[in-house]
Design a protein around this ligand. Structure first.
Ligand code: BGC
Length: 583
């Protein structure tokens, strides 16, 4: 890997000459990110020199990709009509495919990619995500999440590849390469390593909570993926909602300016997270080293006025503003935005194409972890009578987790996706009965019971958090499904859809086979291919798997770091068909 981050002198000259012409208001505009609705009037794109637009939850820019592109073209024209004509970035949370667009290829969430632990696959998935993001008008994605979860109670465990720093570091490099290409090569979109730093290590797994770690732990465990992302040329890093030893990360000048921009030599953009200006101390956020602020949901005027007054009164040094704008312009020149400011219409035909779905399906297959296979009940026999049980079996929304079309995901099918049941029907040569609520069908040879966690994102998914909707164990309804078939004496296979390991010790004893399937995304068929033995299991646990609820009591929940808790399965565990008797 190219460890020297090379400076492109010609590009730097362009940055300096543009910067020299800019007024304070034009500079603050570049440092501002808003949504394409609500936050600003259309006219303010011009009058406030807006530098970037974010699309996330809320009205879509149009009904189809052509309309999305048209919307962003219209907004871009406004930016180009300003005095200096600096084009805008369009950013999106494409965290497992271009997941804000129904019809895009949706990959397994990162935890599944961590189970597959195949850098080439992660690179391919990221390259496809970049194409489909660009096809819908974007040139900036807020991915990959390079968090290192310490506590399975955290609602964002699935956004991270693994609990292992080494796995995350390697897959981060692959992801940045896939999104952006190799360092030094032409780039058409920038990726974002997030959330800097300590997002997954908060006390008791609270989203946006406080992370109490020593400097040594932060450097040794949490920093390596960022170092790797910077060396791979990542265009941006997002600051995190959490505090580190009491200091909000958005206001943490030591970590952002001294460590990330200083020691790690990061030359890209530090972008804030949602509404960070009002949440984390106003001008302190800018002074800590944040370059672009998501000034959304009512923050816009306060932010722009606050930064302006901060500079005029000397609270924010002019040099800090210039550093921010330099970084923004550098990335805009780097992706050729001045020459090609508009979306590429030829990419629209690539959204959700078979070749992309084939890679997502490969990712599903490789992400599956076989935890039990008593008497080799798997692979399923093609001529067996199979009863498929539970609403998760035939619902692509439920199988995909949060950040799927909507921020909090979907509980019904979405465009282009296939369900697990569809996959089973495709590969079976016998009778397949679907039994959503688990009643009847006593004469089946085998039951495939699909249970798990309904979709959630961010703090909604914290266990024991403010929303208090999720739990460490299966829901009663899902437990009943398993009990029903276990008592009938029918052979049982559980496919477990979840964003994290939960306590399933009892269920593992009850059933004949157990597959951890994470949140597979749009290609449900990939699960059936492995269940029927068309492919062997390849996935290995990306997390240690806790055995009891007591394991979660401590500050770091199931804290396996110090060896005081023995997991039910260690990280790296996963059976294959040809060795499934060995456990
Ligand atoms: C999340 C980020 C995301 C941002 C923009 C925040 O709430 O923490 O991961 O990129 O929203 O949607």
């Amino acid at each position: 890997m190219n460890k020297e981050i090379k400076t492109d002198l010609a590009l730097e000259q362009k940055v300096e000459s543009l910067l020299a012409q800019m007024t304070l208001d034009e500079k603050i505009g570049q440092m501002t990110q808003v949504r394409h609705f609500d936050d600003i009037t259309i006219d303010e794109i011009k009058t406030k020199f807006i530098g970037s637009i974010i699309h996330t939850q809320g009205p879509t820019p149009g009904n189809d990709a052509a309309e999305w592109q048209a919307k962003f073209t219209e907004l871009q024209k406004l930016a180009l009509s300003t005095r200096l004509g600096i084009p805008m970035f369009f950013g999106v949370d494409a965290v497992h495919g271009q997941n804000t667009y129904a019809g895009a290829t949706i990959f397994p969430h990162n935890i599944g990619l961590g189970a597959a632990n195949n850098p080439k696959l992660v690179e391919d998935a990221a390259a496809i995500t970049a194409i489909e993001a660009r096809a819908t008008g974007f040139n900036w994605v807020f991915s990959p999440c390079v968090a290192i979860p310490y506590n399975e109670k955290w609602g964002r465990v699935y956004e991270a590849f693994s609990e292992s720093t080494d796995i995350i570091t390697e897959l981060t490099i692959a992801s940045v390469r896939g999104h952006q290409g190799l360092p030094g090569q032409p780039v058409s979109l920038i990726a974002t390593a997030k959330h800097f730093i300590g997002d997954g290590a908060t006390d008791f797994g609270v989203e946006g909570g406080n992370t109490t770690l020593s400097q040594e732990e932060v450097y040794e465990r949490l920093l390596p993926p960022y170092r790797a992302a910077v060396e791979a040329g990542v265009g941006s890093v997002m600051a995190s909602f959490n505090s580190l030893n009491g200091v909000p990360m958005h206001a943490h000048r030591t970590m952002i300016t001294d460590v990330l921009k200083g020691s790690l030599k990061f030359e890209g953009i530090v972008v804030s997270d949602w509404k960070a200006y009002s949440r984390f101390g106003g001008t302190d956020v800018i002074n800590a080293g944040v370059d672009v602020v998501m000034a959304v949901e009512g923050d816009f005027n306060m932010y722009v006025d606050g930064v302006r007054n901060g500079v005029l009164s000397g609270i924010i040094p002019q040099e800090r503003i210039d550093d921010a704008v330099r970084r923004i312009l550098r990335q805009k020149f780097r992706i050729g935005l001045f020459e090609n400011p508009f979306p590429d219409a030829t990419l629209i035909s690539k959204i959700g194409i078979q070749a992309h779905r084939d890679v997502a399906r490969q990712a599903v297959r490789e992400s599956l972890v076989l935890l039990k296979n008593k008497n080799s009940v798997l692979p399923l026999k093609k001529n067996a009578k199979i009863v498929v049980v539970g609403e998760f079996a035939d619902n692509s929304g439920l199988q995909s987790g949060g950040w799927t079309v909507n921020w909090q995901g979907m509980t019904e099918n979405y465009a282009g996706a296939t369900t697990i049941l569809e996959g089973i029907r495709k590969f079976s040569k016998g009778e397949v009965v679907y039994n959503k609520d688990g009643s009847g069908n006593d004469d089946a040879d085998i039951a495939v019971i699909v249970v798990g966690e309904t979709p959630y994102a961010e703090f909604f998914g914290d266990i024991g958090g403010v929303m208090n909707k999720y739990q460490l164990t299966l829901t009663e309804a899902h437990q009943t499904l398993i009990d029903t078939y276990a008592w009938k004496g029918i052979k049982t296979v559980v496919v477990f859809i979840s964003g994290r390991p939960l306590v399933v010790t009892k269920q593992l004893e009850q059933v004949d086979a157990f597959v951890a399937a994470w949140f597979p995304g749009s290609e449900g068929v990939g699960i059936a291919e492995v269940l029927f033995g068309e492919y062997d299991f390849k996935g290995k646990l990306p997390h240690s798997w806790p055995k009891s609820e007591e394991d979660y009591q401590g500050k770091y929940g199931p804290n396996f770091w110090d060896g005081s808790i023995e997991p039910l399965f260690p990280i790296g565990f996963g059976l294959r068909y040809n060795e499934s008797g060995k456990k």
